[in-house]
Design a protein around this ligand. Structure first.
Ligand code: SF4
Length: 468
């Protein structure tokens, strides 16, 4: 997928004015935020489990090469073939080569954000392989020629009516309006794709080093069909997804579905180990696992390493007030929300995504809900510091920040400046106590009024209360 995050601000303006999108995004609250809150109360040791999960991820990342080698050895011993891809283009080339090697003409694919990262579908179509997305959300997007807008619920930006119209147009069948009817229609079209595909393509939520397994969690069952029916299975994932043992996976599985969809467990958890043996009833004859770097290894040992703990649950975006208002497409690449505001500049280049580290109020909600305790606001702040160091901030912003830093280092002057500042703002706020414009902060006041302060600074109010 092409990185379009350079146009973030323009996209935000468009998305904020999109009435259908705003209505679709309002469902995030009930579907994910409230769902997560309800289900995490089921386990009394949720916080301890988060700490344990973060420790598991750190243990791997601190010795990533060792665990990857261990994984490759175990996977190979069980009949899988492990490929190493430095870039997305390498992934596309390897999959195309596997397709040629096995005479593949059609592929059925389950959801994989890494394949979106590589633009795999377009590359395979160019290589003469017809690809069918089989995750319902991804299938809808394939019909609509759109990119996912959420890493767990890729079609969250569309409402039911839009999907009804799309199906009627593309399937050339009478328009259905019920969710069950729409699902049945999609199922009838997708079923032959599973049965006829020469190749199945999936992602992997985790790679288990001790068994050489790729593990996927899904709700629709398409993942299981894609990985067992076609004679060739290709699993594509990032190098950071390795986990030492199955026991470690059980810890992470206590958190992933709860944080992602508010479920205690997904409908399917598939552990895929090796290719089909002569005694097996099903499974692929050829099992290829492609491990993508694409800049991830450069984060190992850096001050940004904690980002590699991510298990792609989507909780940070579900709880982010910025994502809740603009949706995922505005971010311009595969990964939206707070995790995307960090990953996109890290993997694609800070210069290409200058607005993303600033697409956050730093309210901290993302860090509170992250199941592997990634300090997302701290990482965003570090990226902002890098922008300052590289001279990527405008002269005005640099001046404002330097002026604020100088004031903060001179408390008496700070007290005096804020004393006059709040009194002036209070006067300008008039009877309604609202400021319609603020010099230097039109980004705020163009879309909303700024509440004028009462006329006293925080310090003055605090001192008064203490005296009382
Ligand atoms: S950063 Fe944390 S909350 Fe966000 S997707 Fe990754 S694991 Fe989930």
């Amino acid at each position: 997928m092409k990185n379009n995050s350079i146009n973030f601000k323009r996209q935000v303006t468009i998305k904020l004015a999109d009435v259908k999108l705003q209505s679709a995004l309002s469902r995030l609250q009930s579907r994910f935020v409230e769902g997560r809150a309800a289900v995490i109360s089921e386990i009394s040791d949720f916080e301890e489990t988060r700490t344990a999960a973060a420790a598991i991820r750190d243990r791997v990342l601190n010795d990533l090469e060792h665990w990857l080698m261990h994984f490759e050895q175990q996977a190979t011993a069980r009949g899988a073939i492990v490929h190493w891809a430095e870039t997305g283009a390498d992934v596309n080339r390897i999959v195309a080569e596997i397709a040629v090697q096995h005479g593949v003409r059609t592929a059925a694919k389950s959801k994989s954000m890494v394949s979106e990262e590589c633009g795999l579908n377009d590359a395979l179509e160019l290589a003469g392989v017809t690809v069918m997305e089989t995750d319902l959300g991804e299938y809808i997007l394939q019909l609509a020629h759109e990119a996912p807008s959420h890493i767990v619920a890729p079609v969250v930006h569309k409402n039911k009516e839009e999907i009804s119209d799309l199906f009627a147009e593309k399937h050339q069948l009478p328009r259905k309006t019920g969710i069950a009817e729409l699902c049945r229609e999609a199922r009838e079209i997708l079923r032959p794709a599973f049965l006829n595909a020469d190749m199945g393509i999936s992602g992997a939520n985790f790679l288990v080093a001790e068994t050489g397994s790729a593990l996927i969690v899904t709700n629709e069952g398409n993942g299981r069909l894609v990985t067992t029916l076609p004679r060739v299975h290709v699993a594509i994932t990032g190098i950071e997804k390795v986990v030492p043992t199955l026991e470690d996976v059980t810890t992470l599985l206590r958190l992933l579905p709860r944080s992602a969809t508010g479920q205690s467990i997904t409908n399917y958890v598939s552990v895929l180990t090796g290719n089909k043996n002569k005694d097996d009833h099903d499974g692929p004859e050829h099992f290829h696992i492609i491990l993508l770097d694409n800049g991830r290894s450069s984060l190992v040992g850096s001050e940004m390493q904690e980002m590699l703990r991510c298990i792609r649950c989507g909780a940070c975006m579900n709880h982010c007030p910025v994502y809740q208002n603009i949706g995922g497409h505005a971010y311009g690449w595969v990964y939206p929300g707070p995790m995307g505001s960090i990953l996109t500049p890290l993997l694609g280049g800070l210069e290409k995504s200058p607005d993303l580290p600033n697409a956050s109020t730093l309210c901290g909600a993302c860090a509170v809900v992250c199941p592997v305790k990634i300090p997302l606001p701290d990482l965003l702040r570090k990226l902002r510091e890098k922008q300052m160091e590289r001279g990527m901030k405008s002269r005005r912003e640099t001046f404002m920040l330097k002026a604020w830093a100088w004031l903060a280092l001179h408390p008496p002057v700070y007290a005096l400046a804020t004393k006059f500042g709040v009194r002036a703002m209070s006067l300008l706020g008039g009877k309604n106590k609202l400021l319609h414009t603020l010099p230097g902060a039109s980004g705020w006041t163009d879309g909303r009024d700024f509440p004028a302060p009462e006329g006293l600074t925080f310090r003055e109010i605090y001192q008064r209360r203490n005296r009382q």
